[in-house]
Design a protein around this ligand. Structure first.
Ligand code: SAM
Ligand code: DTB
Ligand code: SF4
Length: 352
């Protein structure tokens, strides 16, 4: 087993990106096999529960009210409609149902509805995930009490590139929400987008931020930008496919115990490219014809792809809440011990 580290330097991460492609993918696949069943991929289905008219200005997003993308806006869906979609996703083979809302953050009057959605979707035997924007500590606790398994909130890009992509919320706002989610005991789903016109140094910066969080996100979505006409990034230059695979491989090496999701952007990838991503350690996908507002491959196509590659969908995880809380507490204790040891070594070096 590779040790779980939280002290990755820029040079460490850059050195991984700089490896010859085959060496990088081989190393990522080797680490992947030490930590996961090799031919198993976790399958989540997404639903937009509130669409468009978002006050944020994320330059990639179809749902931002700042750009004219021609999207049909929709108010918060009825609970019954959400439950029907979740049942449908379960019947098609998803193990997790992710509900996304185009909000800066939920209003207090929205909370009873989303809490009820969590309870009812969980009642179907699905893992639940929500992405509702920024959360206060109290809102995170309410979601935890309702039984929410995962909360998705991405860092999106490096701290250095961030201001070119979003101006209406800060990097620290995002880190605060992540801390609230973690403190409430909800599992964290946090990743980013590549292909925004960022430099490799920004992909390095994003992965360093994720890998140096106090506890690694359980789920790390790596999204390839889906270009949306009408947004400022609607016709940005394509990212090289191998650079995308490298990003997946480096994420796998930095966060060996996390599920790395080959997330948005599969619609424009061929099957061979997706197989390379699995080879590089991706072990989760979004499944079903729609992401939030854009197209995803047909479910039938994905079933066939899994069969051609001998991949099995991961079964729902049944680890108890107590076991998970103990695993996180242990990881925090290990980090504290590692940092105490480092401090002791440093002061010994100074004394000598
Ligand atoms: N509004 C909430 C928020 O931003 O926290 C939740 C939904 S938002 C759509 C979730 C994530 O989807 C974003 O942080 C971004 O990483 C990803 N995303 C959004 N639009 C995308 C696009 N056009 N291409 C790829 N990823 C995208
Ligand atoms: C994530 O990292 N990717 C998903 C999910 N979290 C919410 C969203 C992808 C959105 C792609 C563009 C769209 O469909 O609107
Ligand atoms: Fe709003 Fe989320 Fe889209 Fe940003 S990514 S504009 S916060 S829906």
């Amino acid at each position: 087993m590779t040790a779980i580290r939280h002290d990755w330097s820029r040079n460490d991460v850059r050195a991984l990106f700089d490896l010859p492609f085959m060496d990088l993918v081989f190393r990522a696949q080797t680490v992947h096999r030490q930590h996961f069943e090799p031919n198993t991929v976790q399958v989540s289905t997404l639903l937009s529960i509130k669409t468009g008219a978002c006050p944020e200005d994320c330059k990639y997003c179809s749902q931002s009210g700042h750009y004219d993308t021609g999207l049909d806006k929709e108010k918060l869906l009825e609970i019954q409609k959400v439950v029907e979609e979740a049942l449908n996703a379960k019947e098609k083979g998803a193990s997790r149902f992710c509900m996304g809302a185009a909000w800066r953050s939920p209003r207090d009057k929205d909370m009873p509805y989303v809490l009820e959605m969590v309870k009812q979707v969980k009642g179907l035997g699905l893992e639940t995930c929500m992405t509702l924007g920024m959360l206060s500590g109290e809102q995170a606790q309410q979601l935890a009490d309702a039984g929410l398994d995962y909360y998705n909130h991405n860092l999106d890009t490096s701290p250095e590139h961030y201001g070119k992509i979003i101006t209406t919320r800060t990097y620290d706002d995002r880190l605060n929400t992540l801390a609230h989610v973690r403190e409430a005991g909800i599992k964290v789903c946090c990743g980013g987008i590549v292909g925004l016109g960022e430099a490799r140094e920004d992909r390095i910066g994003l992965l360093m931020q994720l890998a140096n969080l106090p506890v690694h996100p359980e789920s790390v979505p790596i999204n390839m930008l889906v270009k949306i006409a009408g947004t400022p990034l609607g016709d940005v230059e394509d990212l090289d496919s191998f650079e995308f695979v490298r990003t997946i491989a480096v994420a796998r090496l930095l966060m060996p115990d996390s599920h790395v999701r080959l997330s948005a952007g599969r619609e424009t990838m061929n099957d061979e490219m997706q197989a390379l991503c699995f080879m590089a350690g991706a072990n989760s996908i979004f499944y079903g014809e729609k992401l939030l507002t854009t197209a995803n491959p047909e479910a039938e196509h994905d079933r066939l792809l899994f069969a051609r590659l001998g991949i099995n969908p991961e079964r729902r995880q049944d680890v108890s809440d107590e076991a998970r809380a103990e695993a996180i507490a242990q990881s925090v204790r290990q980090q504290q011990l590692a940092s105490l040891t480092r401090d002791a070594m440093a002061s010994r070096d100074t004394v000598n």
